[in-house]
Design a binder for this molecule. Sequence first.
Ligand SMILES: [Zn+2]
Length: 129
Amino acid sequence: MEEEKSEYFKNILIKEREKIVKIIEGIDKSWSKNIRESIGNHTGYATHMADLATDSDEREKDTYMLEREFKNLKAHDQALKRIYTQSYGICSKCGKEITEERLRTIPHTDLCINCKRNEERINYNNRKI
Ligand SMILES: [Zn+2]
């Protein structure tokens, strides 16, 4: 990939990465706030099972979001690494170039559309079994 283009995608990836870090920080803040509040609320006789259930639902949702964002963060880190090692935009499975159109839609992808489709088909088949 030409330097100009990889520079373009590098900037996108860095910006996206910053956004993800902010989201993670946001979850982290609301998490510690929730824990403080639930400790405050649930001391003494005022403990209601319904409140506890809501808390754990929230916690589960946060955990799910955190996992997703950390995966996302990792994908961006890897994409940036590929830019520095000049393998960005090349499919990690078949070694062919990933189309620019696809990279514009999903800048952190490391698979060309064909390999991605194959992967999805395999996942889908596995689920059926
Ligand atoms: Zn491929």
